[in-house]
Write a new protein. Structure first.
Length: 185
């Protein structure tokens, strides 16, 4: 049995001629890939490739989740989901929001509505072995934002603008209807 260091979602593991696709993997066009992040195990006796690690099995379509934005790349906002609304436990699943799922209106670039470090409330709209898609359309969005200049928390003004009480910066974001309510997280 061969073990390797940590593999990420989408990493190539082998072919379906060599191995069967086991737990934490998926096969596509005769190749086996990691569907979760974790340790690769290639069992040459049983001819099974699998990944031991955290899966996103606890996420399902329709759930409301809370997470932190950790990167923005092209048309994707990358999020670490940390909590499912209504559950007591914490999770850590890396996923994303496509720019078309940010708001009901057209958004050209994710940076217009989000910033790295913001805490969001989103809904799961798709779960596959390789991917979890989120949306912040409607009354969903950021529940806690931080100033791009000084990183202090932003406060929602009466006019619906986010303002930094430390440096006075005013910023625009896709905020949730219950902005500031992070007690559920």
């Amino acid at each position: 049995m061969e073990t390797k260091d940590i593999n990420l979602v989408g990493d190539y593991l082998g072919t379906t001629e060599e191995f069967l696709s086991g737990k934490g993997t998926y096969s596509e066009e005769g190749k086996i890939y990691a569907s979760i992040t974790g340790k690769k195990i290639l069992d040459s006796k049983k001819h099974v490739a699998e990944i031991q690690g955290k899966s996103c099995e606890e996420l399902s379509v329709g759930q409301t989740v809370f997470g932190e934005i950790f990167n923005m790349q092209g048309n994707i906002v990358q999020v670490i989901v940390k909590k499912i609304k209504g559950s007591k436990g914490k999770i850590e699943v890396k996923t994303g929001i496509h720019v078309s799922n940010i708001a009901d209106e057209y958004i050209e670039r994710p940076e217009e509505k989000f910033s790295i470090g913001d805490i969001i409330k989103a809904k799961v709209i798709k779960v596959t072995p390789r991917l979890v898609d989120l949306t912040t359309k409607g009354d969903l969005g950021i529940v806690k934002a931080f100033c791009r200049k000084c990183r202090h928390p932003l406060v929602k003004t009466e006019k619906g603008v986010l303002e930094c009480e430390n440096c006075g910066s005013k910023e625009s974001r896709k905020i949730a209807s219950d902005y500031g309510n992070v007690t559920e997280m």
